[in-house]
Design a protein around this ligand. Structure first.
Ligand SMILES: Nc1ncnc2c1ncn2[C@@H]1O[C@H](COP(=O)(O)OP(=O)(O)OP(=O)(O)O)[C@@H](O)[C@H]1O
Ligand SMILES: [Mg+2]
Length: 291
């Protein structure tokens, strides 16, 4: 198996006034190409921080992160933006679609950066919408679709560029059980068909079962790594009893609200910056293109 992402002694410390928060504590990990991973852990364990570092959205305090042998911790913001556009797709819990654009327009966004002609963009976006079962919602704006449909649009957008790596942070956090299962089937089958590496963040043991490998994060450290095929039983018995119950009760009751607020705050800024960039670029290209 070929390694695609490698982390070596990665540490992330947030300084808040006099307090130091060690979000990640010396993480060394390898992700292999074409496999599906789940970062599993309770609220505050460091999952999103880890994902944000791998995606180059934040810099590590210490340590190195390489993707396809390129050191992303050494890249400038500009280089990172280009690197992400070329190699990485994102699916977020809150969908992050642009509210003023239709489903079709939202899906075409990543192709605009690649300077792909408009006719090709629309053709590919239509194919993607069809693949996620939304051919008949192409003209709908996000507010005119259900949560599950919006998440399908965001999945279509994440995959349209054929990125080698796709990150999904709690992709089904706002969906019911049935839609969650559908969405997990969809996202994992696209990733497998296209031979992509998929990294999913979740606190939900059920979701983690769609992965090949489960990386259990605890207190900013890698607690255990499970091979889902081989260790399924270990997970079922031990985790269900020990962690499963704790996870379910703790996460839904105690932290449910906090989580949503945190996530909105955390990603809010990145998103706004991204949105502004995106909208600006869309407008500029649209203006300069013949209809
Ligand atoms: N920007 C920040 N400034 C200060 N502390 C932060 C920041 N981001 C995260 N933390 C802290 O780092 C730790 C890990 O946070 P992280 O968001 O990675 O957790 P998580 O596992 O994704 O949790 P959740 O399941 O609630 O999303 C937490 O204790 C959190 O309070
Ligand atoms: Mg998180």
């Amino acid at each position: 198996m070929e390694p695609v992402i490698q982390l070596k002694d990665v540490r992330k410390v947030y300084v808040m006034g006099h307090e130091k928060i060690i979000a990640l504590n010396n993480i060394t990990l390898t992700f292999e190409r074409e496999k599906i991973y789940c970062l599993l852990g309770t609220s505050g364990s460091g999952k999103s921080t880890l994902l944000n570092l791998i995606a180059g959205l934040e810099k590590p305090t210490k340590g190195s992160i390489t993707i396809a042998n390129r050191h992303i911790e050494k890249m400038s913001e500009n280089q990172l933006a280009k690197f992400r556009q070329a190699n990485i797709g994102f699916v977020f819990q809150s969908y992050n679609l642009l509210p003023t654009l239709t489903a079709l327009e939202n899906v075409t966004l990543p192709l605009i950066f690649k300077k792909i002609p408009k006719r090709v963009r629309i053709k590919r976006a239509k194919e993607m919408l069809k693949a996620v079962g939304l051919a008949n919602r192409a003209k709908h704006k996000p507010s005119e679709m259900s949560g599950g449909q919006q998440q399908r649009v965001s999945i279509a957008r994440a995959f349209i560029n054929d990125p080698s790596i796709v990150f999904a942070d709690e992709p089904t956090g706002n969906l019911d059980t049935k839609t969650t299962a559908e969405m997990m089937e969809l996202i994992t089958s696209i990733a497998r068909n296209n031979k992509q590496t998929l990294i999913i963040v979740t606190h939900d043991l059920e979701i983690s079962k769609y992965a090949d490998t489960i990386i259990h994060i605890q207190d900013g450290m890698v607690d255990k790594i499970y091979d889902v095929q081989k260790n399924d039983e270990v997970l079922q018995t031990k985790e269900n009893e020990q962690a499963g119950q704790v996870l379910q009760t703790q996460d839904s009751e105690q932290t449910g609200e906090v989580l949503q607020a945190q996530d909105n705050e955390q990603t809010g800024e990145v998103l706004q910056a991204q949105d502004n960039e995106l909208i600006g670029e869309v407008l500029r290209t649209q203006e300069s293109e013949p209809k």
